[in-house]
Design a protein around this ligand. Structure first.
Ligand code: SAH
Ligand code: SF4
Ligand code: F3S
Length: 479
C-alpha cells in the first residue's frame, strides 16, 4: 500500500508528459512547483516516478488519441508497481471529466484546467492509505480564477533563459471548429499587478526572455470592467519596470484584436520583439465566415500591410486549417493564394479534425460537407510546400547578415561548441563560436548567418571585441 510521506527521507518523484500548446507547458511548470512544495522531485524517467501525470490536449482527434496511448503504456507500469499513481490533467481531463475513469479505470486523479491549485490536495488523497479510489477536481471556481492562486505557486521552469507567463485564461471567440472555449472556459485576464510581479521576479532570477501567453493575447484586458488597460499598456509597463528582460514576446494574437496601439508598442519598444503570431486559418471568405473568425481575407491582408508598414523587419507567422467542412478545391486554392499574398515567415498547419462538442463537429456528424482524409492530406501537403517555398524566399534575405541571437543552449546535434538560439524575429539559428570552453546560454550574441533553410539558419558567432569577451579575456590573461 502506498503511503503518502511528504517528509520521507527519500523524495518522491514525479514525471509529467506535456502535450498541446505553451499554455499547457506553463501549467506543467506550475504543477511541478506545487508538487515541489509537497516534497516531489521531477524526474525524466517515468519508470522511476511515484506519480505520473499526463497534461493533455484536445485540439484535434490525434492529440486526444496520443493521451490515451500514453495511458495504455502507463497501465502496464502500474500493473508492475501498484504503488504508483497516475493523473490526467489538461484539456481532455477538463472536457471528459469522470468519463476518463470509465475508459481508463487505472487512472487515479483527474484534474481540470482551472483546478491546478487543487493538485496537492488530490495527490494527498490519492496516496492516502484510506483512499485508493478515484479523485477528481474539474469544477471551475466561480468566484476565483487560477490567478488568485498563481502568486503562491513558484513554477519549476524548464528553461533558465526563457519563461512563459500566462496572462489570459480561456477564450471568448467560439470559432466553430475549436474546443478551447469549452476546455479552458471564457476569457479571464490576469491582473496587471500580478503579471508585473512575476516578470520582475523573473528578471531578478536572471531570465532574459518572457513570452506572454493567451489564446487571444491581444484581447488582454477586454474583460476588465470599464478599464482601458490593454496589451499595449502591459507591454509598456513590462518594458519600463523590467529592463533586465532583453526580449519580450507575446502569442497568440487574433486578427480582430491586434490594434494599431499594440502594433505601435511593438514598433516603439526596443525590447519587444518584432515577431507576431497571428493565424489566418483560411483564405476564402465563405470558409472564414463558417469558421466564425469575424474577418474577411481582405481585412487580414490590410492588417498584414499595416503591421509591415509600422514595424520594419517584422516576422509574421500563423496557422491554417485545411479541409474544413464544405471547403471546395477552389476555396482551398484561395488559401494557397493567401500564403503568396500575406507571405508568412512560418505556419502551423493542420487537417480539420471534427470535435464533437463544437458547431462544426455537429455538422460533420450529420455528414455535412465532410472532406475525405485523403483529400485533406493532399491539401495539407500542397499547402506545406507553398509555405516552405515562401519561408525560404523570405529567409534568403538573412544570408550574410549579422543578427542578434539569444542563446538557448547547445545545438541539438551536440556537436562540439555548436550552439542554438533565436533571432529577434524568432528564427532558429545553429551556430559555431570561435570561443570554446564558455557557456553562452542566456547571452545575446552577434551571429553571422552563413546558410539559410526554410525553418533554420546556420551561422558563426562574431565576438565584437575579443577583449570584451570574458572567456577570451581569461584565456589571454592566463596565456
Ligand atoms: N487562439 C488561436 C489558436 C488556438 S488553437 C487562434 O485563434 O488562432 C491552435 C490551432 O489549432 C488553431 O490556430 C487552428 O489552426 C488549429 N485547430 C484548432 N481547432 C482545430 C480543429 N478542430 N481541427 C484542426 N485544427 C484545429
Ligand atoms: Fe479557438 Fe477561435 Fe478561441 Fe482561437 S480564437 S482559441 S481558434 S475559439
Ligand atoms: Fe490543446 Fe488545450 Fe492548448 S486543447 S492547444 S492544450 S488550450
Amino acid at each position: 500500500m502506498a503511503v503518502y510521506r511528504p517528509d520521507a527521507a527519500e523524495a518522491r518523484k514525479v514525471y509529467i508528459e506535456t502535450l498541446g500548446c505553451q499554455m499547457n507547458q506553463n501549467d506543467s511548470e506550475l504543477m511541478f512547483g506545487l508538487l515541489a512544495q509537497e516534497g516531489f522531485e521531477p524526474t525524466d524517467d517515468r519508470k522511476d516516478a511515484d506519480l505520473i501525470i499526463i497534461n493533455t490536449c484536445q485540439i484535434r482527434g490525434n492529440a486526444e488519441d496520443k493521451a490515451y496511448s500514453y495511458l495504455g503504456a502507463w497501465n502496464k507500469l502500474k500493473r508492475k508497481n501498484p504503488d504508483i499513481r497516475i493523473a490526467m490533467a489538461g484539456c481532455v481531463a477538463q472536457q471528459t471529466k469522470d468519463e476518463v475513469f470509465k475508459r481508463s479505470p487505472f487512472v487515479d486523479i483527474v484534474i481540470g484546467t482551472q483546478n491546478i491549485h487543487d493538485l496537492p490536495n488530490l495527490v494527498r488523497k490519492a496516496f492516502s492509505t484510506d483512499n485508493t479510489g478515484h479523485v477528481m477536481a474539474v469544477d471551475k471556481q466561480k468566484a476565483r480564477s487560477t490567478y488568485d492562486y498563481i502568486a503562491d505557486i513558484a513554477p519549476v521552469r524548464q528553461s533558465k533563459t526563457s519563461a512563459w507567463v500566462t496572462i489570459i485564461e480561456g477564450c471568448d471567440y467560439f470559432c466553430t471548429y475549436c474546443v478551447v472555449p469549452y476546455t479552458r472556459g471564457r476569457q479571464i485576464s490576469r491582473p496587471a499587478a500580478s503579471i508585473l510581479d512575476e516578470v520582475k521576479q523573473l528578471a531578478d532570477s536572471g531570465y532574459k526572455e518572457i513570452t506572454l501567453l493567451g489564446q487571444t493575447v491581444d484581447s488582454y484586458g477586454k474583460d476588465f470592467d470599464g478599464q482601458r488597460y490593454g496589451l499595449a499598456h502591459l507591454l509598456e509597463d513590462i518594458h519600463e519596470q523590467a529592463p533586465e528582460i532583453a526580449r519580450i514576446r507575446f502569442m497568440t494574437s487574433h486578427p480582430l484584436d491586434l490594434s494599431d496601439e499594440i502594433i505601435r508598442a511593438v514598433a516603439d519598444l526596443p525590447r519587444v520583439m518584432e515577431f507576431i503570431h497571428i493565424p489566418m486559418q483560411a483564405g476564402n471568405n465563405a470558409v472564414l465566415e463558417r469558421m466564425r473568425r469575424g474577418y474577411t481575407k481582405e481585412q487580414y491582408f490590410d492588417l498584414m500591410d499595416r503591421i509591415r508598414d509600422m514595424i520594419p523587419g517584422v516576422a509574421i507567422s500563423g496557422d491554417f486549417i485545411v479541409g474544413f467542412p464544405g471547403e471546395t478545391e477552389a476555396q482551398f486554392q484561395e488559401t494557397l493564394d493567401a500564403v503568396y499574398r500575406s507571405r508568412p515567415d512560418a505556419c502551423n498547419t493542420a487537417s480539420y479534425s471534427a470535435r464533437k462538442q463544437t458547431p462544426a463537429g455537429i455538422w460533420e456528424t450529420k455528414g455535412e460537407g465532410v472532406i475525405s482524409e485523403a483529400e485533406k492530406d493532399d491539401r495539407l501537403q500542397r499547402l506545406n510546400a507553398v509555405i516552405a517555398e515562401v519561408a525560404l524566399s523570405i529567409n534568403q534575405g538573412y544570408a550574410d547578415q549579422t543578427v542578434e541571437v539569444l542563446v538557448e543552449g547547445k545545438s541539438k546535434r551536440q556537436q562540439f561548441d555548436r550552439w542554438r538560439g533565436r533571432t529577434r524575429t524568432n528564427k532558429v539559428v545553429n551556430f559555431d563560436s570561435p570561443v570554446s570552453g564558455h557557456d553562452f546560454t542566456g547571452e545575446l550574441l552577434q551571429v553571422k548567418i552563413t546558410g539559410v533553410g526554410a525553418w533554420a539558419f546556420q551561422g558563426v558567432h562574431q565576438p565584437a571585441d575579443q577583449t570584451d569577451n570574458p572567456a577570451i579575456a581569461t584565456a589571454t590573461a592566463g596565456a
